[in-house]
Design a protein around this ligand. Structure first.
Ligand code: HEM
Length: 125
């Protein structure tokens, strides 16, 4: 009985030590999906490519030389749809910078926009 007790105690602490040591050798966290998307998001598009996505259910915009697919965000956009939808499929830098009324979007909106980036506008093509 005493041997069994010693054996289980030693085994228990060996397992605990194993987990503790594993901490030093295993990577802290897997690469996040966001960074994977960002790394693969360096595709080049022309304004003609963007123009093919000018619908409410398929809405791309070119803003400050970057291209965004904001289809998923459109239902959440706080303005009346008539203000944003005309910019689907277009170069929308000025509309973005002025909200169509002369006021810029907030830094929070800037961060949100970054999530929808799918590539760059290649004006040279
Ligand atoms: C380019 C065309 C766009 C136009 C004309 C436009 C216009 C507007 C307007 C008028 C408002 C004020 C709504 C209100 O408070 O009643 C607004 C707010 C907002 N928009 Fe846009 N928007 C555009 C694109 C976008 C995009 C692409 C995003 C993000 C992906 C975005 C994110 C926001 C956010 C988060 C707000 C809340 C206020 C702020 O944080 O600035 N908008 N927008």
């Amino acid at each position: 009985m005493r041997k069994l007790f010693i054996f289980s105690t030693v085994t228990f602490w060996l397992v605990v030590a194993g987990f503790w040591l594993a901490n030093f050798f295993l990577p802290l966290e897997p690469p996040s999906a966001v960074s994977t998307i960002a790394e693969t998001a360096d595709r080049n598009f022309t304004l003609s490519d963007v123009a093919l996505h000018g619908r409410e259910d398929d809405c791309w915009m070119a803003i400050e030389v970057q291209v965004y697919d904001i289809t998923a965000y459109l239902p959440d956009h706080p303005s009346e749809p008539e203000l944003v939808l005309p910019w689907c499929g277009k170069e929308a830098t000025q509309a973005w910078q002025t909200k169509g009324k002369g006021r810029p979007h907030s830094p929070r909106a800037d961060q949100l926009l970054a999530k929808y980036r799918i590539g760059k506008l290649d004006e040279a093509r």
